[in-house]
Design a binder for this molecule. Structure first.
Ligand SMILES: NC(=O)CC[C@H](N)C(=O)O
Length: 355
């Protein structure tokens, strides 16, 4: 064996190196059995080490058009078996990867003990001590206080400038490409702004909708975005996905907290409390809203009752904890984008999906 995974508490697991390197991060797992390219390029995984519970990852190759951002975000990847396609991609991105270990045992440990710090050493001549040395340097997620800077655009970027639909100010806290696409498909003009955009930056755009994106880490580390919510709530309709829901709830007087091991997968059941309907959703989060403040909980997770949708008609707010836009799906909840655009004066436009 030429790789080691050191777990918080000191246990070291042997593995096979598939992409070399040494690194550290918060060890989490996803139960997704499809969408590995999308997960690996989801900026919300920044500073984490992603374990796939599904035993074979990479069986349909790697295609650029499926990527959610310009690079791989988890610091390392752990799986039972990685195909050569994925291993070579991760090696080319300098992201260490390991396989041939008992991921069922690893996932059970994370479920019992919670998401934990880990250190990884993979490649020729590495030792268990190398992995332990990485573990010793590992920070907790909430300690990455400026994580937004690592994942956001540096300067404003405009998509579909001539769109006939709403002008959306998308605060990029680590936004997935699919969020931009879902808005552009509805002919919105998307003004993608850095995570630390100021109220003056928003006023310069004069948007019909303020949209806080998904993103990595602790929502309390996105104070600039929280200030925008406080400043514009009640004046501009507000929408948020995942970290966006957490930032909006926290800013409006609610509270967020860390979950034990979070929700990561593509078949998380969500119940809409008004219709009683249950839909399947894609999720990736380790924090949750503990107190929604002035917002009403409109959707809950069927497994643990955590809030999946928050709304306020008075303030003009609709948020989701899951990822309605997630590719390759399920797409049961894409109507979220129509609902948030319907809050604007311009209104929603029927989606046009490019070939
Ligand atoms: N996908 C996301 O936006 C994740 C939100 C937040 N970083 C969490 O882990 O809960």
């Amino acid at each position: 064996m030429d790789a080691y995974v050191a777990l918080e508490g000191g246990r070291v697991v042997e593995a096979r190196a598939r992409a070399p390197g040494r690194t550290r991060g918060e060890l989490v797992f996803t139960t997704a059995y499809t969408g590995y390219e999308e997960s690996l390029t989801d900026p919300s995984y920044e500073e984490q080490v992603l374990t796939f519970s599904y035993p074979l990852v990479g069986n349909y190759g790697v295609r650029d058009e499926r990527l959610e951002s310009e690079r791989v975000h988890p610091r390392a990847v752990v799986a039972r078996e990685l195909t050569d396609d994925v291993a070579e991609w991760l090696a080319s991105e300098d992201v260490p990867a390991v396989d041939h270990l008992d991921t069922r045992d690893l996932v059970t440990s994370i479920r019992e003990e919670g998401a934990m710090k880990c250190g990884i050493a993979a490649g020729e001549d590495v030792t268990p001590e190398d992995a332990l040395a990485e573990l010793a340097e590992c920070k907790g997620m909430s300690e990455h206080v400026d994580i937004g800077k690592q994942v956001s655009v540096d300067a404003p970027t405009v998509y579909n400038a001539d769109g006939a639909g709403a002008d959306v100010a998308l605060v990029d806290c680590g936004a997935k490409g699919s969020i931009v696409e879902s808005l552009v498909e509805r002919d919105a003009t998307v003004h993608r702004l850095p995570y630390d955009a100021t109220p003056a930056d928003i006023e310069a755009v004069d948007p019909d909708l303020l949209f806080i994106s998904n993103g990595p880490g602790d929502p309390k580390n996105f104070q600039a975005a929280q200030s925008l919510v406080t400043e514009f709530a009640g004046e501009i309709p507000l929408a948020g996905i995942c970290l966006g829901q957490q930032v909006i709830a926290d800013a409006l007087g609610g509270e967020t907290e860390k979950m034990a091991f979070g929700h990561r997968g593509v078949n998380q059941p969500v119940r809409d409390l008004r219709s009683g309907q249950v839909v399947m959703t894609t999720q990736n989060h380790g924090y949750t809203v503990a107190d929604p403040g002035p917002l009403s909980v409109t959707q809950v997770n069927v497994n643990d009752d955590t809030p999946e949708g928050l709304e306020s008609e008075d303030l003009g707010v609709i948020t989701r904890q899951y990822h309605p836009e997630a590719n390759p799906g399920p797409h049961d909840t894409l109507g979220f984008f129509d609902d948030v655009l319907a809050m604007t004066d311009v209104g929603a436009r029927a989606p046009v999906v490019a070939d």
